[in-house]
Design a protein around this ligand. Structure first.
Ligand code: NAP
Length: 287
């Protein structure tokens, strides 16, 4: 283990078998944390867990399975977590993807919305009492600068009328920032902070699910090969927000390269943030 800074802390990282999430899990384990890796594939998840144990020298690395685009699967994962742990100090919502064509989740939501937004909202809300009881605690939402091109259309939240892969991806990444802002407002005074971040343009598996299916994934992969940064560089801001004393007490901010920066104007729309929260609760059947 490289350090002791996170000893005694329990951290959950979603989408932890690949890319930015895997590096984040490894770094937190290296600092001594107990790390719970949430992955959808038992095979890919266990292979990554073994790499994280070997890299960090920390045996306290666990795997929980969930398809985060499914509310039932997410609820089952949270139940399994609650059965094993009585605290959660850090939650890193990281699992995300871009879908080249319109697809629906098992709950009947558009798939990008189901995974990139509800896949952050639902685990967070279900785990919130435990996170509050573990304060000081932190929630980190991996967003993207793509949010700057995003617009939330509440009349067509599931993008049924029109579908563009990048447009819908940008919309969900804007939802990540709106969710962060509204959650920060709700968490004032609790000792729990929540921040969003842009990881940079990172060479990961991102976009691979769209490769071969169309232009969006191919373009992303080509550009990625040319200019993208490494997953280690791409995970730096997630790791910083999850562990650095420098950001203790900082909440509701949007970070890029470990600095708080201004998000797009539409990310500061408090009315939209409240409406998204209410709509997400309704869709999740939460009072
Ligand atoms: N790469 C970039 O340039 C970039 C830029 C800005 C923002 N981001 C954001 O960074 C985050 C991490 O992406 P990455 O670049 O590290 O991509 P990645 O290598 O593709 O990792 C994505 C992770 O999410 C998991 N995942 C996908 N669908 C899932 C589902 N239904 N249920 C549970 N887990 C699921 C993947 O699991 P599988 O391996 O099983 O698919 C994988 O572990 C995403 O939120 C993305 O939007 C990335």
């Amino acid at each position: 283990m490289a350090g002791q800074a996170m000893v005694g802390k329990v951290c959950m990282v979603t989408g932890a078998n690949s890319g930015i999430g895997k590096v984040t899990a490894s770094a937190l384990a290296s600092m001594g944390a107990t790390v719970v890796m949430v992955c959808r594939s038992a095979e890919r998840g266990e292979a990554a867990r073994q790499v994280v144990v070997a890299e960090s020298g920390n045996e306290q690395v666990e795997l929980l399975l969930a398809d985060l685009s499914s509310m039932a699967s997410t609820r089952a994962m949270v139940d399994a977590f609650n059965a094993r742990h009585d605290r959660l100090d850090v939650l890193v919502n990281n699992a995300g993807a871009l879908f080249n064509s319109y697809q629906e989740s098992v709950d009947g939501f558009e798939m990008t919305f189901a995974l990139n937004h509800m896949g952050y909202f639902l685990p967070t809300v279900l785990l919130l009492d435990l996170i509050k009881a573990s304060a000081p605690a932190r929630i980190i939402n991996v967003s993207s600068d793509a949010h700057r091109a995003g617009k939330v259309d509440f009349d067509d939240l599931q993008n049924r009328k029109k579908y563009s892969a990048f447009g819908v991806y940008a919309e969900t990444k804007l939802e990540n920032v709106l969710f962060t802002k509204e959650l920060a407002r709700r968490l004032e005074g609790t000792g729990v902070t929540v921040n969003a971040l842009h990881p940079g343009f990172v060479r990961t598996n991102f976009g691979n699910n769209a490769t071969g299916n169309g232009f969006a994934g191919m373009a992303l992969n080509l550009i990625s090969k040319l200019i993208a940064i490494t997953p280690e560089q791409g995970a730096e801001t997630s790791i910083y927000l999850a562990s650095s004393p420098e950001v203790e007490g900082v909440s509701g901010a949007y970070f890029d390269k470990k600095k708080a920066v201004k998000p797009a104007n539409q990310a500061n729309d408090e009315v939209a943030a409240r409406r998204l929260w209410a709509e997400s609760e309704r869709l999740a059947g939460i009072e």
